[in-house]
Design a binder for this molecule. Structure first.
Ligand code: DGL
Length: 281
C-alpha cells in the first residue's frame, strides 16, 4: 500500500504572550508590519508582574501560556515579554517543543532588539532598563557580546515600572519619582551611555516620563519596531510557517484576570475596542 502523505499541520493565528499589558506594545507594532494575519493575545494579568519571580516560576508560567496558545491552534508564539524570553525561551525551545508538537515554534524579543541596538550606539556604551528577572539573567549582556564583544552593557532593574503600568498609573505624577530615579541611576553607573534600551515591553507606556528625564544626547530604544521587523523577516525566510498562519486581520484577546478589567485597560492601550475572554492556565 502506498504510504499516506503526512497530514498537513493545522493553520491558526499568531500567538503573542506577555505577563500582562506590556505585550500589547509589541502586538501593535507587529500588526502594523503584518496586518494580514490573525492574532491571539494572551496576558497572564492575574499573575503579573513576573519580573521578581524565580527562574522556576517564570518558566512554569510561560510554559503554561505557550501550551494554552498551542492548544488554541497557534503554530507560532512570540514571547512579547523580556522576562519570559530571558528566563524561559531557551528551555522551552530545547526541552519542551518536541513534546508539544515539533512543528510549532516559539520566538522571543531579546535577540531582535540586540541585533538592532548594536548598530545604534556610537560611544559603544549601552544601558538596559528592565525587570530584575531580565537584568539578573544577564541575557542582554550575553546576546550583545555575541555580536559586539567591545560594547559595554550596563543594566538597571526598575521594579516599580511594571506595577505602575499594570495599575494604569503610568501618566500619574507618582510615576515621575520612580522613572527619574532609575534613569538617573543608570546614567550615574555609566555616564558614557548613549543608547538606552527599554528591555521590558511595558516600558513604552511610560515613554512620556522616560523622555522627560533622559538627557538630550541619549537615544531611547523601545523594541516593538525591531521585533516586528525581525518577525516579518523570519516569516519571509520560513514560508512554510507563514503558510500556516490564518489571515483576515482578526485579533482576539485572552486574559487570566477579569475580562472586564482587561477590556477596559486594553482598549486604552490599543486605542479601540477589544474582544476578550478570561481563561485559566
Ligand atoms: N513585559 C514584561 C517584560 O517585557 C514584564 C515583566 C513583568 O511582568 O514583570 O519583561
Amino acid at each position: 500500500m502506498p504510504a499516506r502523505p503526512a497530514a498537513l499541520p493545522a493553520a491558526g493565528p499568531l500567538g503573542v504572550f506577555d505577563s500582562g499589558y506590556g505585550g500589547l506594545t509589541i502586538l501593535r507594532q507587529i500588526r502594523q508590519f503584518l496586518p494580514q494575519y490573525d492574532y491571539l493575545y494572551l496576558g497572564d494579568n492575574a499573575r503579573a508582574p513576573y519580573g521578581s519571580h524565580s527562574f522556576e516560576v517564570i518558566y512554569r508560567y510561560t510554559l503554561e501560556a505557550v501550551e494554552a496558545l498551542f492548544q488554541r491552534g497557534c503554530p507560532l508564539v512570540i514571547l512579547a515579554c523580556n522576562t519570559a524570553s530571558a528566563k524561559a525561551l531557551r528551555t522551552i525551545q530545547q526541552c519542551d517543543l518536541e513534546r508539544l508538537g515539533g512543528n510549532r515554534r516559539v520566538l522571543g524579543v531579546i535577540r531582535p532588539t540586540v541585533e538592532a541596538v548594536c548598530s545604534l550606539t556610537r560611544t559603544r556604551h549601552i544601558g538596559v532598563l528592565a525587570t530584575a528577572g531580565t537584568i539578573n539573567s544577564g541575557s542582554y549582556t550575553l546576546e550583545v557580546h555575541k555580536i559586539a564583544p567591545d560594547i559595554v552593557v550596563t543594566g538597571q532593574a526598575c521594579p516599580m515600572w511594571v506595577p505602575l503600568v499594570e495599575n494604569y498609573e503610568f501618566d500619574s505624577p507618582g510615576a515621575d519619582y520612580f522613572v527619574r530615579k532609575r534613569i538617573e541611576g543608570i546614567l550615574r553607573l555609566d555616564p558614557d551611555i548613549d543608547t538606552l534600551v527599554l528591555g521590558c515591553t511595558h516600558y513604552p507606556l511610560l515613554m512620556n516620563k522616560i523622555v522627560k528625564y533622559t538627557p538630550p544626547g541619549v537615544r531611547i530604544v523601545p523594541q516593538g519596531e525591531y521585533v516586528a521587523a525581525s518577525l516579518a523577516d523570519y516569516l519571509k525566510r520560513h514560508p512554510e510557517m507563514a503558510a500556516r498562519l490564518t489571515t483576515g486581520g482578526r485579533c482576539h484577546y485572552l486574559t487570566t484576570e477579569s475580562a472586564d478589567k482587561f477590556r477596559e485597560s486594553a482598549a486604552l492601550f490599543m486605542h479601540g475596542k477589544v474582544e476578550v475572554e478570561q481563561i485559566a492556565l
